[in-house]
Design a protein around this ligand. Structure first.
Ligand SMILES: [Zn+2]
Length: 83
């Protein structure tokens, strides 16, 4: 079983994407999943979906799905600055 060209986190990303109905866990607004949905690279960079650890790994959080959520890249950055 060495056919692992599909990254393990990509299915997780899709699962979270569906479970959250495309909405950011922080601000509740729609996220972008595809570069081509964005009119500009800057819009994509700020609004793309990124995986966030609800409990930070530095505080003992895991990589399990129940500790993960999707948030905007910009929202992830805000959280990162706050903690
Ligand atoms: Zn957001």
């Amino acid at each position: 079983m060495s056919q692992s060209f599909k990254r393990p986190d990509s299915q997780l990303h899709v699962d979270l994407w569906e479970a959250q109905n495309h909405l950011c866990a922080f601000c509740g607004k729609t996220m972008l999943s595809n570069r081509f949905e964005a009119p500009h690279a800057t819009v994509w960079a700020r609004n793309r979906a990124t995986i966030d650890h609800i409990q930070p790994k530095s505080k003992g959080g895991t990589d399990r799905r129940d500790n993960l959520q999707l948030v905007h890249a910009r929202c992830n950055k805000i959280k990162g600055n706050r903690f």
